[in-house]
Write a protein that binds this ligand. Structure first.
Ligand SMILES: [Zn+2]
Length: 188
């Protein structure tokens, strides 16, 4: 069964505002040329510059534990915790394996694409240039523990993706701040 024309159009419009699409067109406008649908030995990044071995991943704020926007779901705690840990582990493995083979790996948060696109384009330009390069720290929420008897307080455990710095905990009121672009939280 085919899609109607208006369904097709709304799909296309949907794609137009995806963070991947926005980043790709900004890079293109800045004169950077890359391959679409490119693979690396360790997965399929959102943008790949194969010749200069630069791989870019855009990580969704909820699924990958954005320090600013991860919100612990109120139900099915164990399920979501292991999902989050699994995603961060996969991000870490992918990143370290690629970097071990000489790739420069950039991981951007979905929200950064909407909030600071020009800055991201500059980071890509720097990574593409020859010469010294070192990745910037990428902190992730990996676990959230409720603090019983503390109202809505929770302890959020943070890890740096490349393990460059030790895990630490932040105690904070449960975040209810939902970033406006985070719509992909499935119904619970
Ligand atoms: Zn975020």
């Amino acid at each position: 069964m085919g899609l109607s024309r208006s369904e097709q159009m709304s799909r296309i419009r949907g794609q137009d505002t995806s963070p991947e699409r926005l980043l790709r067109s900004a890079l293109w406008r800045a004169g950077m040329r890359f391959r679409l649908q490119s693979r690396t030995p360790y997965g399929r990044p959102d943008v790949v510059f194969s010749k200069s071995r630069v791989a870019i991943f855009i990580d969704g704020c909820f699924w990958h534990g954005c320090p600013e926007h991860y919100v612990r779901p109120r139900t099915r705690d164990e399920f979501w915790s292991s999902k989050l840990l699994g995603n961060v582990e996969r991000d870490r493995r992918q990143t370290l394996l690629l970097e071990a083979e000489g790739w420069r790996v950039l991981r951007f948060w979905e929200h950064q694409v909407f909030e600071s696109l020009p800055e991201l384009v500059e980071q890509v330009r720097t990574a593409l240039a020859s010469g010294a390069w070192s990745p910037s720290a990428s902190w992730r929420v990996v676990q959230v523990d409720l603090l019983p008897g503390e109202g809505d307080m929770e302890q959020r455990w943070m890890e740096e993706l490349r393990g460059a710095m030790p895990r630490h905990a932040v105690v904070a009121r449960r975040s209810t701040k939902k970033w406006k672009r985070v719509r992909s939280l499935p119904s619970l």
